[in-house]
Write a protein that binds this ligand. Structure first.
Ligand code: DAT
Ligand code: MG
Length: 153
C-alpha cells in the first residue's frame, strides 16, 4: 500500500563542498517530494556515533564518522508517497561505482567513502529515529504544496 511518509535525507560534506546542495534538493522538489524541514549544520562526534550506531563494529566506522563530521551537511526531512523507498531509489546504490546513471550517487560519485548523500533505509523505524535525532518537532513544518492535487490522484 502506498502511504505518505517522511524520510531523513542529508547532503554529506562532500556534496556540500562540491556545490551539489541545490541540484540534489531540486531533484527531490521536481519529483514532488515536499520539504518539511531543513538544517545546514555541522555534525559533532556524539551525533555521528548515534546516527551511524548500526555500523559501530564495522572496520570503516572511524573513517565514516571522521568524514561525516569533517564539514557542514545539509540535513532535511522530505515527505511524500513512499518517500523512504523513493528517496533510496533516487540515491542509487551505497557504492556510487555500482549506481546507475540517473541516480544521485550514479551521477555525482565514484567512491564508496564519498557517496554524496544519506537517506534513511527502508527498515521499520529507521526514518523516524533519524528524523528525531536531527530535528525537534517544532523544526518541522506542515504545509501543502500548491501542486499536490496534480501530483496525487
Ligand atoms: P547507505 O548510506 O547506502 O545507507 P550503509 O548504511 O550500509 O549505506 O553505510 C553507511 C555509509 O558507510 C555508506 O554511505 C558509506 C559507508 N560504507 C558502507 N559500507 C562501506 C564499506 N564496506 N567500506 C567503506 N565505507 C562503507
Ligand atoms: Mg544506511
Amino acid at each position: 500500500m502506498s502511504e505518505t511518509e517522511r524520510t531523513f535525507v542529508m547532503v554529506k560534506p562532500d556534496g556540500v563542498q562540491r556545490g551539489l546542495i541545490g541540484e540534489i534538493i531540486s531533484r527531490f522538489e521536481e519529483r514532488g517530494l515536499k520539504l518539511v524541514g531543513a538544517k545546514f549544520m555541522q555534525i559533532d562526534d556524539d551525533l555521528a556515533a548515534e546516527h551511524y550506531a548500526e555500523h559501530e563494529d564495522k572496520p570503516f566506522f572511524d573513517d565514516l564518522t571522521d568524514f561525516i563530521t569533517s564539514g557542514p551537511v545539509m540535513a532535511m526531512v522530505l515527505e511524500g508517497q513512499d518517500a523512504v523507498a523513493q528517496v533510496r531509489t533516487m540515491m542509487g546504490e551505497t557504492d556510487p561505482a555500482e549506481s546507475a546513471p540517473g541516480t544521485i550517487r550514479g551521477d555525482f560519485g565514484l567512491d564508496l567513502g564519498r557517496n554524496v548523500i544519506h537517506g534513511s533505509d527502508t527498515e521499520e523505524g529507521s526514518a523516524e529515529r533519524e528524523i528525531e535525532l536531527f530535528f525537534d518537532d517544532d523544526e518541522l513544518t506542515e504545509w501543502e504544496r500548491i501542486d499536490e492535487t496534480w501530483l496525487y490522484e
